[in-house]
Design a protein around this ligand. Sequence first.
Ligand code: EPZ
Length: 417
Amino acid sequence: MEKIVIEGGSRLEGTVAISGAKNAALPILVSALLTEGWNTFDNVPDLKDIRTIKRLLIDLGGKVETSGSVVKVDASGLNSYEAPYDLVRTMRASVLVLGPLLARLGRARVSLPGGCAIGARPINLHLKGLEELGAQISLEHGYIEAQARSLKGAVVYFDIVTVTGTENLIMAAALAEGVTTLRNAAREPEVVALAETLNRMGAQITGAGTPVITIKGVEALKPTSFSIIPDRIEAGTFMVAAGVTRGNIKVVGCEPSHLGAMINKLQQAGIRVDQEADGLRIVGTEMISSVDVKTLPYPGFPTDMQAQFMVLMCLANGLSVISETIFENRFIHVSELKRMGADIAISGNTAVVRGGGRLTAAPVMATDLRASASLILAGLAAEGTTEVSRVYHIDRGYESIEKKLAQLGGHLWRAPA
Ligand code: EPZ
């Protein structure tokens, strides 16, 4: 196990380049299962979760070749339909193979993912949608047993907006007979990127990015190439880092149109966000204003930025109310921030942050991916030396975050726990 040691107090200055989006790369790499032949994806981030999904593709019979940020996948040799417990347990996004396996092989056995730190995270809507496309699904010994002689288009209504649920159904419907309509579909940029990739493979998908997505099934899909979109959550994390250190940084390689809600809230808090030719300029302020935030499906404020933004509100000059509407247990970072002097009161899915205080260094423990990012941000802002343990969480979703922050003048390094 490792920890990250942070000496707080330095202003971040300079330029940081944003990597490809984990949550786009995962479904896009899996979509290769729908084709035979070599697919080429570039700008793929080097993350633990990406390594996990590549291992799963190989276990299913696929071939994977990696050269830097270029990943090639050939699923011609697909010869298994099982996603084993030990893999799904480490990364729940493995359930994304359900749709493609059913579409390609008519069969899938995927370990039912357990809960995780931020919530129960059921996949009932994935399964309900696949059943509506004609799959027979049962649960045996902790595994989802799914089979379908053929998948037929249907109208699928999602009771709750689900990102990977939408992605699973898009991939299953791409090779189904007839037309599938997804209603109350997720509108995230990562869903749009997946649809663009599939359309390059020959799929006929319209409406991605809106709540109604229509997929006209085709006989077969052919391999393609695609460049992974920038990670809007990594970009948002660095933008908040500029705010909490009163720094002045430029974020390059991001997609500003994916960052609207975050830019809006940062500007309301008094942080300057200007669009420059090759990226966004973020300039912090001594007087951070408190603003209220409610997490919502895209294009609302992303739940994956809630913990990071809370750190900024700890330094603001008043009360801010942060409501987490997506996951039922995504305030685990609060108790760790309180160890650093934060004044936060939780009531149900709402946290009231009393700003104006200052954060002081303390040993803290990461519990999930985005909570660990928030603790690193808090360490950058705190007086003294903070140690964040269990940083394996952060390696799932950020490419060398401590190196990128150090290049901006942050004093932090990785050390044995
Ligand atoms: C995706 O998770 C992201 N992961 C998450 O990012 C992100 O936080 C989340 O979307 C919300 O934006 C990937 O894309 C790999 P959901 P996902 O299905 O698809 C409930 C990160 O930090 N729900 O949109 O699993 C669910 O419990 C990760 O990178 C059901 O009830 O999230 C939640 O309350 C964390 N039944 C809500 O919907 C279902 O069948 C939204 O979940 C599916 C979901």
